[in-house]
Structures are given as structure tokens and as C-alpha cells.
Design a protein around this ligand. Structure first.
Ligand code: SAH
Ligand code: SF4
Ligand code: F3S
Length: 480
């Protein structure tokens, strides 16, 4: 009964937005009649995969409202920013972009709308209100799905609209979506984060953990398979705690078993995992499920147990290394990627050596390395022993050098081998090549005389580059 109520509520919430979609559609239809052209949009996305997916929802809503995507470089009628605030430089970049959009007198004005994590911070909204008058609509992460309503109000009331909710509501199903890719798709399984790592702003701007219902996820993945998608990546800030809020244990592994059964889907990935929550049932699933790819993104942040405690990460250096060993034993050949923060408050040279030690011991295929950035509102921002910028940068440089040489050495071992690649299309940088990834997430660019987009092909690696592999397709039926 309770579940049914939630369903109805979801339907009500989303139906209301479809009414606004139709109303905006009438307005855009007028532009088509009067100006003989369809109004255009651009969505500029910053930040993580969560935002990538939500920017596809923003595009979906705009397409449904009668807008069409602007050609690259062409000024659009509506420009939507989907923002990130995880580090200070992310915010600075966005202010830079916004500043460049300030219209000169007499310019045809675009409607500028901003959403995403950065807007969940009241001081940012104040700044936009005061100093960026060309921004017409501001909304947050919790009410992204209400964009049609906000755009309609802006178009008809001709005034600036600010609507940021300070707490999360339920997950709303049924928002339109226009996906950027045809072969692989992002799928939300949960929103929010309960972990409050002391450096991190995400729990403040994304709210508490809320899981989507298993049936909703399964139906979405079935629909994706039905339209030809081959790979899905399940998204959440901490996918291993999927289902905790629904009162279910081992719900994530259980979901993976169910998704593995869906015909047409060839590969399943997920991100991100928190080492403290990576369960035995997940390791077993990774061992048993043929579609689950042999790659794990497992951020460790720091190798120093003392710093990890200050970060509120709830594991030690030794526990992390032991976890890696257990996963490696269960899934031979698995590749690991990670996130690392350098220069967390109080980090000494000895702490940093522990970080280098973990990098050397695990031998990650790739590491996303970040300079610690102070985020207002987080616990670590109050810590007094901030590390000087020059010390942070020097450590950062050393870390990158160690990691880059490990990554290059791992890549070198692929030369001469044949790997399975799911082909995503032509390479962005080289039209003569196709691009895709191996099951363990290696980026491969390769030549092929036929268009193999969307196919799983065998590729012989002829050369290893530091961050990708170069190869040639092995024609079907030929063994290498
Ligand atoms: N939920 C994911 C990712 C969160 S944000 C996870 O827990 O893994 C992605 C990465 O940004 C984090 O893993 C962390 O390495 C980095 N990050 C977060 N806050 C940061 C800060 N204040 N300064 C520097 N890096 C930060
Ligand atoms: Fe941030 Fe930690 Fe949550 Fe990841 S798990 S989003 S790093 S608070
Ligand atoms: Fe950035 Fe928000 Fe993702 S702060 S990293 S876009 S969850």
C-alpha cells in the first residue's frame, strides 16, 4: 500500500512536468511558424558521470519541449549549465564560462539556466543573483526534473527564476532523456551520499542516499537493451550501499545478478565503490557474473591510516591493500583505477610516502589525482594545519610521475596481445580509427576496413601509448 502511494506520487510529479513540456512546446512551435526555424539549445556539463547522465535528462526535456541541439559553436536560444563544486577550480571554470556569456548591448540574448551541485550552495546563488544578471533560471540537483516548469515560467513571466530546494525529495522516475551515446548508457541506481568524508561537499549538495527501486532499474535496462545498447554503467556515489535505505541487505549484488540476465546487454560496469562497503557478496558476483567487467574503480584517497581517519574514510591502509588482494584473487586479471587526494590538511612527507607505497603496491591502471581543495561547509575546511600550496604541488608532481610510469608499464604488456573491444564509434581525434574499451577498461583506438560500431570485436594491439592502446581489428573467423 505504501509503495503504491509512492508510485502515484511519482506519477503526479512527473505528469505535472509533462503538462509544462506541452506548454513550452506550444511556444517553440510559434518560433517555428514565425521565424521558420526551430529554437536551439546547448547543455554544458561539468563534473562527474552523475552530471553527464543528468545532462542527458536536461537534453531530453529540451528535445521534448521542441528545442533542437545547436550546432557546435552556434549561439543557442537556451544554454543550460550543469555544474560541479567538488573542487574550487571546478567552480572557477564555471564562473569563467558564465562571464564569457555576458551579452554585449544589442546582442540577441540567450536564455541562460544553471543547475547542478554548485547551485545547492546558498552563497553561490547569491553571487549569481547579484553579479550575473544574464542568468535567467537557477535550480538545484533536487529539482532538476522541474526544469520544464521553470523554463515555462521564465518564458511567460519574463523574470528571473530562482528555485533551489534545500533538501532532497524522492527519486522521480520518467524524466525524458536524450542519451549522448548509442552503445553504452549510464543508469542511476541511487542518489546522494551518507558518508561525509571530511573533505567532501557532495553529501551537502546531493542529500542523503536514496535508492531506485530494483524493478525500475531492470525495466530501464531492458528498454536500453531493446534499443540496441550493449553496455551499462550503474551510477551512484557509493553503489555498494545500494538498497540500504530500502532495508535490504546485499541488494547491490542481488541487482547485479538480475541485470546479468537481460538479453542484449553484453557488459555491466558500476561506479563508485567505497572500500568500507565492498562486500563479499559483491566480490562473489564479480567472480561469477559473466557480464560484469573485470575492472574496479576503488578510490583510496590517501595511503596513510592516520590521514584516512581524519578523512573519515573508515578503513586503514592495510585493510585497503588486503581488499585489493582479495578482489585480485577472485577475479584474475582485473584492473584497478582509483582517486587520490594530495595535501589533505596535516599530511606529512611520511603520510605521502604511504600514498606512494599504495600506488606502487597495487599498480593501478589509472589514478585520478587531485590537489586537496578546501570546501566551505565541510569539516576539513575548519582544520588548521592546511598544507602549503607549493608542498602540495611538489608531492602531486611526484605522484603523477610514479603513477604514469606504472600505467605505461602495464600498457606495454598488451603489445602483441589480442583483446575484446566494444566499439563505440569513430575515434574523436582520428577519423581513420575506431575507438572502444576492453572489458578491463583499456581505451583502444584501432583500424578497421568495415564500420564495426556497436560490435564486440577482437583487436590486435600493435602499440602501447601511455594512456591508450593502438591496434588493428582481427577479421572475424581469423585467429591470432
Ligand atoms: N563518491 C565518489 C566520488 C566523489 S567525488 C567516491 O566516493 O569515490 C570524486 C573524487 O573527488 C573523490 O574520490 C575525491 O578523490 C575527490 N575529491 C572530493 N572532494 C575533494 C576535495 N575537497 N579536494 C580534492 N579532491 C576532492
Ligand atoms: Fe564524497 Fe566520500 Fe560521499 Fe564519495 S563517499 S561522495 S568522497 S563523501
Ligand atoms: Fe561534482 Fe556534484 Fe559530481 S560536486 S563530482 S558534479 S556529484
Amino acid at each position: 500500500m505504501a509503495e503504491r502511494k509512492v508510485m502515484e506520487r511519482n506519477d503526479e510529479l512527473i505528469q505535472k512536468q509533462y503538462v509544462y513540456i506541452d506548454k513550452v512546446k506550444e511556444i517553440t512551435a510559434e518560433t517555428v511558424n514565425i521565424e521558420g526555424r526551430q529554437p536551439t539549445y546547448e547543455v554544458r556539463v561539468f563534473g562527474c558521470q552523475m552530471n553527464e547522465l543528468e545532462s542527458e535528462q536536461l537534453s531530453g526535456m529540451l528535445d521534448a519541449m521542441g528545442y533542437t541541439k545547436a550546432a557546435p559553436g552556434e549561439p543557442a536560444d537556451v544554454i543550460v549549465f550543469d555544474t560541479c563544486c567538488v573542487r574550487e577550480n571546478a567552480e572557477e571554470k564555471i564562473y569563467g564560462h558564465l562571464g564569457l556569456l555576458k551579452p554585449a548591448p544589442g546582442d540577441k540574448k540567450s536564455i541562460v539556466a544553471i543547475t547542478g551541485c554548485m547551485m545547492q550552495q546558498p552563497h553561490v546563488v547569491e553571487k549569481i543573483k547579484k553579479s550575473y544578471h544574464h542568468v535567467g533560471i537557477v535550480f538545484g540537483t533536487h529539482n532538476l526534473y522541474t526544469f520544464p516548469e521553470l523554463l515555462y515560467k521564465h518564458l511567460t513571466q519574463k523574470k528571473r527564476i530562482f528555485d533551489v530546494w534545500d533538501s532532497e525529495g524522492q527519486i522521480v522516475e520518467g524524466t525524458p532523456i536524450t542519451r549522448a551515446e548509442k552503445v553504452k548508457a549510464w543508469v542511476h541506481i541511487m542518489q546522494g551520499c551518507n558518508n561525509f568524508c571530511s573533505y567532501c561537499i557532495v553529501p551537502y549538495v546531493r542529500g542523503r542516499e536514496r535508492s531506485r527501486k530494483k524493478e525500475d532499474i531492470i525495466s530501464e535496462v531492458k528498454r536500453l537493451a531493446g534499443t540496441g545498447y550493449k553496455e551499462i554503467t550503474l551510477l551512484g556515489q557509493n553503489v555498494n550501499s545500494y538498497g540500504n535505505d530500502l532495508g535490504r541487505k546485499d541488494a547491490f549484488a542481488d541487482l547485479l545478478y538480475a541485470l546479468n540476465e537481460i538479453d542484449g546487454i553484453k557488459r555491466i560496469r558500476f561506479t563508485t565503490s567505497h572500500p568500507k562497503d565492498l562486500s563479499d557478496s559483491l566480490i562473489t558476483a564479480m567472480k561469477e557474473l559473466p557480464k560484469l567487467c573485470e575492472h574496479l574503480h576503488l578510490p583510496f584517497q590517501s595511503g596513510s591510516t592516520r590521514i584516512l581517519k581524519e578523512m573519515n574514510r573508515k578503513y586503514t591502509k592495510e585493510q585497503y591493500l588486503e581488499l585489493i588482494d582479495r578482489v585480485r584473487e577472485a577475479v584474475p586479471g582485473i584492473s584497478f583505477t582509483t582517486d587520490i587526494i594530495v595535501g589533505f590538511p596535516g599530511e606529512t612527507e611520511a603520510d605521502f610516502s604511504d600514498t606512494l607505497d599504495v600506488v606502487r603496491k597495487v599498480r593501478f591502471d589509472q589514478a585520478f589525482t587531485f590537489l586537496y581543495s578546501k570546501r566551505t561547509g565541510t569539516k576539513a575546511a575548519e582544520f588548521e594545519n592546511q598544507v602549503p600550496e607549493d608542498v602540495k604541488k611538489e608531492r602531486f608532481q611526484r605522484l603523477i610521475e610514479v603513477q604514469n610510469s606504472i600505467g605505461a608499464e602495464i600498457n606495454k604488456t598488451y603489445e602483441g596481445k589480442t583483446v575484446e573491444v566494444l566499439v563505440e564509434g569513430k575515434s574523436r581525434n582520428n577519423d581513420a580509427m575506431y575507438t572502444g574499451r576492453t572489458r578491463n577498461y583499456k581505451l583502444v583506438n584501432f583500424t578497421s576496413s568495415e564500420d564495426v560500431t556497436g560490435k564486440l570485436v577482437q583487436v590486435k594491439i600493435v602499440k602501447a601509448w601511455p594512456f591508450w592502446l593502438e591496434g588493428m581489428v582481427v577479421p572475424e573467423g581469423e585467429t591470432s
